[in-house]
Write a protein that binds this ligand. Structure first.
Ligand SMILES: CC(C)(COP(=O)(O)OP(=O)(O)OC[C@H]1O[C@@H](n2cnc3c(N)ncnc32)[C@H](O)[C@@H]1OP(=O)(O)O)[C@@H](O)C(=O)NCCC(=O)NCCS
Length: 218
């Protein structure tokens, strides 16, 4: 019905699956319990996960549903639910902007507070990068994190991204500095994993308009 639902990335410790409504329902209790409850706040504005009460889950779901309905050559976003032993524990998104032309992706993720700090964040980023580089033929991946988001900045640093300057974003109404990161394909190749299994990639390529242009020059 919608090939991104059939995408899967399986590593020895966790799995990413295209975010169907059933998987989102599994993850809903985590969203309800709170993902960003105290400083340092990790997300820029506007962000459904900063809302209180039922508005939080409604806006969270609506943003994902909008994203599904907005897949165009110049902009797409894939939403994955991260599962650990069958339990939904977080989300990992992969974002392409004019991907077929530029072959560059960016990522976004969060985990339930109770499972942070034990290597899962790094593993799920490695998983989605494998999909981007191995599955979709990406040339580069970028990431951004607020200067005080130690875990996200460390994930980028340890996976081979290089510092790529700074930016600013509004965070809960206040300006905050962002670190920018960029991972080149060569640096990903140097750490390429042989233990990550992808499923459903071929069926997704036309949906994401991949393969209409040749790969760009490095
Ligand atoms: C960002 C996030 C997904 C990372 O996942 P995680 O499982 O917590 O991170 P990991 O356990 O894989 O740790 C990655 C690195 O950060 C370090 N780290 C993790 N939490 C840390 C903390 N609170 N303080 C200091 N270092 C920390 C780890 O030691 C590890 O460093 P290493 O590679 O040198 O060993 C998770 O922390 C999260 O959901 N945070 C809130 C949402 C968020 O920040 N999203 C990203 C927005 S840009």
């Amino acid at each position: 019905m919608y090939p991104p639902f059939g995408l899967g990335v399986v590593t020895p410790t966790l799995e990413l699956h295209g975010a169907t409504d059933d998987l989102l329902a599994d993850l809903l209790p985590v969203v309800r319990a709170g993902v960003a409850d105290g400083p340092p706040y990790p997300f820029d504005d506007p962000m459904s996960l900063y809302e209180d009460g039922p508005l939080r889950e409604r806006k969270w779901l609506q943003a994902i549903w909008r994203g599904r309905g907005n897949v165009r050559p110049e902009s797409w976003r894939l939403y994955f639910v991260v599962t650990l032993g069958g339990r939904a524990v977080g989300m990992q998104d992969l974002i392409g902007t004019d991907f077929d032309r530029f072959r560059t992706v960016s990522t976004f993720s969060w985990l339930a507070p109770g499972v942070r700090g034990r290597g899962l964040g790094r593993e799920m980023r490695a998983a989605v990068l494998h999909l981007a580089f191995e599955g979709f033929g990406a040339a580069e991946a970028t990431s951004e994190a607020f200067f005080d988001n130690v875990a996200s900045n460390r994930v980028s640093g340890t996976l081979g991204y290089r510092p790529d300057g700074h930016g600013w974003a509004s965070r809960r109404g206040e300006p905050a500095r962002l670190n920018r990161w960029r991972l080149h394909r060569d640096d990903w190749e140097a750490r390429r994993r042989g233990d990550i299994v992808l499923t459903g990639v071929e069926a997704c390529r036309p949906v994401l308009f991949i393969g209409e242009h040749g790969a760009p020059e490095a």
